[in-house]
Write a protein that binds this ligand. Structure first.
Ligand code: TXA
Ligand code: MG
Length: 322
């Protein structure tokens, strides 16, 4: 880590402690961070992102010990899960203590918390010495940022600082598991595979999407959307729209391209789902900037990180039904 990064972390921590808003890298996506205990700063996060206040924020902590300060009770099953996957792309929702401001949880009784594995993120939190509440650093509803340039182009003018930590290594948001009910429930598929989670804590409830609105208000159907309409298709030969972009898993998933496809993004060279998750949002942005009339996306296998990739593509496609 060079001197410049150290200096950026030091300055970023100072801004956060002073009530400012700092965009910073995590292993999943870039976050738009403010002190979790500063209600004014949190209000500004919502404002900068143009995010509705009913959509709560994830608190980022640097060490497991800090969890006790924020939540009432940590069930044994939660301990098992975080011992295995923290630091990393896993968020848990637990009953909050009253010192966690209601604006952070949108008035919900639970608070969402994770320890990022990105070194800059953890050092920023530890230097600021306060939990950092952070949503993804994009305008509400748009594709999440996986590089500092993505943040700068959308929010550069409205944040106090953007810490550049290069490209995110996981590239898709954390998996969210709620412990607010009798059994663990997955509120969002993400960078930790459901299969790996169930290996550690057993069966996890997966609610039908309609059941989610109360527990995880941010899970709106339209999300992660490109400005160009994105449509899920099964076969590229079924559609003949002129000047179309294509998003597909790997070159070997497509034999021959029809002439109406003018720009193609493959998420992986060989179909690796981790590599695909890592490239997803940047590929969506490139297609969005390519001047195509419509973006077609082919289905991804629904296992491992494929579950999270398909979730994001489905929500991106809900923007404008074809
Ligand atoms: O990987 C990630 O989780 C990234 C990085 C920056 O850490 N953050 C992220 O935040 O994706 P955001 O704000 O884009 O998505 C957070 C979602 C909310 O939309 C909501 O669905 C859920 O987490 N959430 C947050 N707090 C919650 C709570 N108290 N109860 C239930 N769901 C909550
Ligand atoms: Mg987001």
């Amino acid at each position: 880590m060079d001197i410049n990064t150290n200096e950026q972390i030091r300055r970023g921590a100072e801004i956060i402690r002073g009530g400012g808003v700092v965009a910073f890298p995590t292993e999943t996506v870039y976050g738009l961070g403010a002190s979790a205990f500063d209600e004014k700063a949190l209000a500004r996060v919502f404002e900068v992102k143009r995010r509705p206040f009913f959509d709560p924020l994830i608190l980022h902590i640097g060490e497991k010990g800090q969890l006790d300060d924020l939540v009432v009770d940590i069930p044994a099953l939660t301990h098992k899960l975080i011992d295995k996957f923290w630091p990393g792309p896993l968020t848990v929702v637990l009953p909050k203590k009253s010192l966690v401001p209601d604006i952070a949880t949108s008035g919900l009784p639970g608070v969402a918390i994770r320890i990022p594995s990105n070194d800059i993120a953890r050092r920023l939190i530890n230097t600021a010495n306060v939990p950092i509440a952070a949503p993804s650093a994009n305008l509400f509803g748009y594709v999440s940022p996986t590089a500092a340039e993505h943040v700068l182009s959308q929010l550069g003018g409205s944040v106090d600082m953007v810490i550049d930590g290069g490209e995110c290594t996981v590239g898709i948001e954390s998996t969210i598991i709620s412990f607010m009910g009798d059994a663990p429930m997955m509120l969002r598929p993400g960078g930790t595979a459901l299969e790996d989670i169930e290996d550690v804590i057993g069966k996890v409830i997966i609610p039908a999407n309609n059941d989610l609105t109360n527990q995880s208000p941010g899970r709106s159907e339209q999300h992660y959307a490109t400005s160009t309409p994105l449509v899920l298709i099964d076969d590229i030969w079924d559609v003949d729209d002129a000047n179309a972009g294509l998003l597909a898993l790997a070159p070997n998933s497509v034999n021959k391209l029809p002439p109406n496809i003018t720009k193609t993004e493959y998420l992986s060279t060989n179909g690796d789902l981790r590599e695909a998750a890592c490239n997803l949002f940047a590929a969506m942005r490139r297609l969005d900037g390519a001047g195509v009339n419509i973006i077609f996306a082919l289905p991804i296998p629904n296992t491992g990180l494929g579950l999270a990739i398909n979730d994001r593509l489905l929500r991106a496609s809900k923007k404008r039904a074809r």
